[in-house]
Design a protein around this ligand. Structure first.
Ligand code: NAD
Ligand code: NAD
Lengths: 199, 199
């Protein structure tokens, strides 16, 4: 359910801000949905707000994560184990958010066979068998921009249907592939938190 | 204006999705604000939607970035030039989003003096003079979690008032410091884009 994902996004944001309860009006307004629709959706899953209080943000978020299966570990691979790829491979945060990093790949002979975060870096030639062995579902793409399209196609050919692309290029992939682009600089810009603009 | 930042966040998201026009109702619903308030705020800055069409997403976003001064380059430092810090220091995306990376710092003698992205890595002992020389405003904190609190305090003592913290720890800093925490894993989780939950 697309809306459940939107609610999760909203609840995660409220939770990050330290907010403890949220009304269906507030959730709806952030998610672009009528409050009555929010209540309808949530009651379908056994979640009822408390009159005057609304929903418990932490509890509701945990429940939605549960429903969406976000809690379960999704085998994830990292392709391109340079600076960014290594940082992602070593970051414990991924495990606790459902991304279990199971294999690493690179095409640089100086990196292949080298261990990062307890895992040996595989050659790109081993992509298909290793993806199959681990039933990998998600690929984090951290290769240089000139290699991104070609590597993405290899990853899809190996059976991966969800890609998070960190390279600053627009990838062209078949419609059945879930593609997300992450641009940290753009995300940071919208934080708008730093100093007031000079007049 | 807090609301302008929210509008920027919404417009950036719509732009990322490839949407070309947006109504005040839509912007308002995403930003948690009444449509009439959106129209009021935007007309104050000379932005008027077109009847039936709404606002041009790209244009409005550019205008708001302008108003907020997001376009101007903010001198930014990176503290902790390991995997993540190096990836950020080399990423061209930061410059185009207003974060001009001007200096790098580390406490590892094997890294100090080493060049990354054309810049020599400074020792932490040079933090105060170098921050002053560059009039640095923002610090990207990419040190290990056990060092984060202590390093954040040093950065604040050097005069920096806006910190983006990548280490998975809750920092305790004076209220005048703008602090943002980035957790890529958490952000990726709310993308909710990958495979449908197993039933
Ligand atoms: N989205 C963001 O916010 C963000 C931030 C920083 C960097 N980046 C991007 O992430 C990417 C990686 O950055 P980095 O600093 O880690 O670069 P890097 O050069 O350190 O790492 C790239 C790695 O990819 C490997 N590689 C190259 N071609 C390959 C191929 N055909 N098959 C498999 N592996 C291959 C290299 O051997 C290297 O290990 C770049 O595209 C960069 O622009 C994005
Ligand atoms: N938020 C996220 O999404 C995310 C993703 C990946 C990593 N991380 C976090 O980012 C941080 C860096 O990760 P990494 O993989 O680059 O680690 P790393 O070990 O490769 O780099 C850390 C760097 O900080 C330097 N350093 C250590 N103590 C210091 C001090 N007191 N003063 C100055 N410099 C110091 C080290 O010399 C090293 O160069 C970690 O805290 C990690 O958990 C966060």
């Amino acid at each position: 359910m697309e809306r459940l994902c939107d609610y999760l996004r909203v609840l995660t944001m409220l939770d990050r801000k330290g907010q403890q309860t949220a009304s269906s009006e507030e959730i709806g307004s952030w998610a672009g949905v009528k409050a009555s629709q929010v209540r309808k959706d949530l009651s379908y899953f056994g979640e009822f707000g408390r009159r005057g209080l609304g929903y418990d943000v932490e509890q509701l978020r945990a429940h939605i994560r549960d429903i969406l299966g976000v809690q379960r570990q999704r085998p994830t691979i990292v392709v391109g184990v340079g600076n960014l790829g290594s940082a992602l491979a070593c970051y414990p945060g991924f495990e606790s958010h459902g991304f279990q990093i199971v294999a690493l790949f690179d095409n640089d002979p100086r990196r292949i066979g080298y261990k990062v975060s307890g895992m040996k870096i595989h050659s790109m030639l081993d992509l298909v068998p290793v993806v199959r062995e681990h039933r990998a579902e998600i690929a984090l793409l951290t290769v240089p921009e000139q290699a991104a399209q070609e590597v993405a196609e290899k990853v899809v050919a190996a059976g991966i249907r969800a890609i998070v692309n960190f390279a600053p290029v627009l990838l062209s992939l078949p419609p059945e592939v879930n593609l997300r682009n992450v641009d940290l600089a753009r995300e940071l810009e919208t934080l708008c938190f730093y100093l007031p603009p000079k007049e």
